[in-house]
Design a protein around this ligand. Structure first.
Ligand code: SF4
Length: 77
């Protein structure tokens, strides 16, 4: 899995102070979120626009409401 920043645009942020590592986000959107064997949550911070539906599903299902989404403008004004 390639997790990281890909470009400017929509953004995903997880509040580490709220996240309790339940892993529901990974179940909802395994291409965007991954609980590693070290117990840390890794996630794609700048997903493609088409993946924001998955990110939104993960955000809705997070019991801690730790996932915040920001829509980007992709450089447009
Ligand atoms: S579902 Fe929410 S609390 Fe659970 S690992 Fe994902 S971000 Fe953290």
């Amino acid at each position: 899995m390639n997790i990281g920043r890909s470009r400017k645009g929509a953004r995903v942020n997880v509040d580490n102070d709220k996240c309790e590592l339940y892993g529901i986000c990974e179940a909802e959107a395994p291409t965007l979120f991954e609980l590693g064997p070290d117990g840390r949550l890794r996630y794609r911070r700048s997903p493609a626009d088409e993946d924001m539906v998955l990110a939104a599903a993960a955000a809705r299902s997070c019991p801690m409401q730790a996932i915040k989404l920001e829509s980007g403008n992709n450089g447009r004004r």
